[in-house]
Design a protein around this ligand. Structure first.
Ligand code: ADP
Ligand code: ZN
Length: 612
């Protein structure tokens, strides 16, 4: 293999025609022995960046990964490509581990995945030293490098000790990779892993194939159900909820409605959790209802949607969670239903935790940035990237605000009414009651507090209930109103409300879409988002190709995408190859897979053509 070029390996082993983005530059840099820090979004194609150099350099590439559950799949995928790979972690029994050690000593492996705690044992480091004396370590890849960061929720203390690699093996190139978009984490990675000398490769963090949508919550379950029915009747996806209880309830409800939904949260026992994760990975069309405990390093490429039934905690969280959709580059949806109640419960959760005050303040600011995003009328792709310090021209054609531009309206007067109603009622009532007062409804509560006497009683008849609710939500999101946790969610004015009440500041709000009108537009829109799959689901060949893939995957106990990705099956569907030669030109069909599966898939194409 010593005479191969990266391009040739890309083609022969992986079956791809060309490198993407910075891949080629990274690969060449590492092959020539340089250290690299690779910042690339999920789905950007990070794995090739260390796999190809490992194949082209002498010795074995050591890949440090915190994701024990996924090492098996990664190794399986490499074996499918004809690459000799193995992993070492606590899930291996002693015999299997001994066999891996034998393979290492015999120099049989090109890639070895290791959990950080295993890597850091003195025994393992000694073994590496033995290898290195004969120059038999190709490189160190540090995957999910953001795990060194104390601030992220993926923090792994063992990652901190990885500087030892640099100290004990200075001649071995190191490549650290992460999909984390925020600058502070990047700086921490450089510092903690002693990567000051490494060349940094920063890709755009845009995920152009993800269509972002934020919709106003009115009946979240029904909204989710109709989103699934119209856009994802057969797809795998993730539904995020804030609490374990809601995860359980939502999963149960979806199941009742006939969806193949499973729960996942940290409160489930390890066996159930693992079983559910395996089903999600290995079967088609499973919906995982989960807390944020689910997802880090979920390598499943064909997650077609990520739905949020509750607000994420920050833009970072939102980007990371939605980023699990569409890793294969095919169209995917990020859909969120959001309402005032979410703002209230999220703030409540942040404030009631036992984090130090300063930390709470930071978290509240992060939440505010996310709320600003939710209420924004600008391009979502642009807004997300701007948050991470990247420019985007906007007008993406792939977000709700670009597809159906949202009006803003001069809500100055309405805001004054809404705020003064809060003030007149004593800053202790929730939105429902405030709206009753504005609309002049004589409810028992209004009578009890004698609120029909107030100057704000009935002054709001020019707007409907739903519009007032939109006004209040946006005033809370914008920080003009605070939710008083001690007073059961009553609203209070903040300092920021003063200039508005005094008439010194205008307020412009988004005009929420009318739910009825929205429904009519949805069918047209959803058709577009599934273009590459258009017709596929009804095509007997598509079903036959998927069935063949499932059969092969079952036989070998691997996830279907390890055999072929959806994008490869789609290409077979569209090109209907008739010879092995034509099959070999399909993206994702390298030499090993062509030899292993070429005939079988050609047979499927032929059978379907003959109506078998
Ligand atoms: P990441 O680890 O950055 O999330 P992966 O390495 O899993 O991304 O790659 C994402 C997907 O893109 C995979 O399906 C991979 O096979 C595919 N891919 C990567 N590089 C290329 C390329 N140059 N051409 C075509 N497909 C690619
Ligand atoms: Zn847009």
């Amino acid at each position: 293999m010593a005479t191969s070029s990266p391009q040739q390996i890309l083609h022969d082993v992986f079956g791809y025609a060309s490198f993407r983005g910075a891949q080629q530059a990274i690969v060449e840099h590492v092959i020539s022995g340089g250290d690299a820090l690779v910042l690339m979004p999920t789905g950007g194609g990070k794995s090739l960046c260390y796999q190809i150099p490992a194949l082209l350099r002498d010795g074995v590439g050591i890949v440090v990964s915190p994701l024990i559950a996924l090492m098996q799949d990664q190794v399986d995928a490499l074996k499918q490509l004809g690459v000799s790979a193995a992993f070492l972690n606590s899930s291996l029994d002693a015999d299997a581990a001994r066999e891996v050690y034998r393979q290492i000593h015999r120099g049989e492996l090109k890639l070895l995945y290791v959990a950080p705690e295993r890597l850091m044992t003195e025994g393992f480091l000694n073994l590496l030293e033995g290898l290195q004396q004969e120059s038999r370590i190709a490189l160190f890849a540090i995957d999910e490098a953001h795990c060194v960061s104390q601030w992220g929720h993926d923090f792994r203390p063992e990652y901190r000790a990885l500087t030892v690699l640099h100290e004990r093996f200075p001649e071995v190139p190191r490549i650290a990779l992460t999909a984390t978009a925020d600058a502070p984490t990047r700086r921490e990675i450089v510092e903690r892993l002693a990567l000051e000398q490494a060349q940094q490769f920063v890709s755009s963090f845009d995920r152009p194939n993800i269509r972002y949508r934020v919709t106003q919550k009115n009946n979240a379950r029904q909204q989710l159900q109709s989103f699934l029915e119209t856009e994802h009747p057969d797809d795998a996806g993730i539904v995020y909820c804030l609490s374990r209880k809601k995860v359980e309830e939502t999963a149960a409800w979806l199941k009742e409605q006939g969806w193949d939904a499973l729960p996942y949260h940290a409160g489930l026992d390890a066996v159930t959790r693992n079983r559910n994760q395996q089903r999600f990975l290995r079967e088609e069309g499973v919906i995982m209802v989960a807390t944020v405990a689910f997802g880090m390093g979920i390598d499943k490429p064909n997650v077609r949607f990520v739905a949020h039934l509750d607000l994420p905690k920050s833009m970072e969280g939102y980007y990371q969670e939605t980023g699990r959709a569409g890793r294969d580059g095919l169209p995917a949806n990020a859909w969120m239903a959001y309402g005032l109640g979410d703002v209230v419960s999220m703030r409540q959760m942040l404030l009631s935790g036992d984090a130090p005050e300063e930390r709470k303040r930071v978290e509240l600011q992060k939440l505010d940035a996310l709320l600003g995003f939710c209420e924004s009328t600008e391009c979502r792709h642009q807004t997300i990237l701007r948050y991470f310090g990247e420019e985007h021209p906007g007008d993406c054609g792939q977000c709700d605000n670009c597809l159906e531009p949202v009006d803003t309206w001069d809500a100055t007067q309405a805001a004054q009414m809404a705020l003064s109603c809060v003030y007149r009622t004593g800053q202790r009532f929730g939105v429902a009651h405030l709206i009753d007062v504005l609309l002049g409804k004589v409810t028992p509560k209004v009578e009890q507090f004698n609120h029909q006497q107030l100057s704000t009683f009935g002054i709001g008849n020019s707007l409907a209930q739903a519009q007032w609710s939109s006004v209040y939500r946006q005033l809370v999101a914008a920080g003009l109103l605070n939710v008083d946790m001690e007073a059961y969610g009553g609203l209070r004015l903040t300092e920021a409300a003063r200039p508005v009440l005094r008439g010194e500041q205008e307020v412009w709000l988004r005009r929420d879409a009318d739910p009825v009108k929205r429904k009519a537009q949805r069918t047209e829109r959803s058709a577009k988002s599934r273009e590459p799959f258009a017709g596929a689901n009804d095509d007997p060949l598509w079903l036959a190709l998927k069935a063949k893939r499932t059969e092969l995957a079952r036989e070998q106990g691997v996830p279907p995408y390890v055999i072929f990705h959806d994008s490869t099956l789609l290409e077979i569907l569209n090109h209907r190859p008739q010879t092995l030669d034509e099959m070999g030109k399909i993206s994702g069909v390298g030499q090993a897979k062509l030899a292993k599966y070429g005939d079988e898939f050609l047979q499927v194409v032929e059978d379907v053509a003959n109506g078998v």
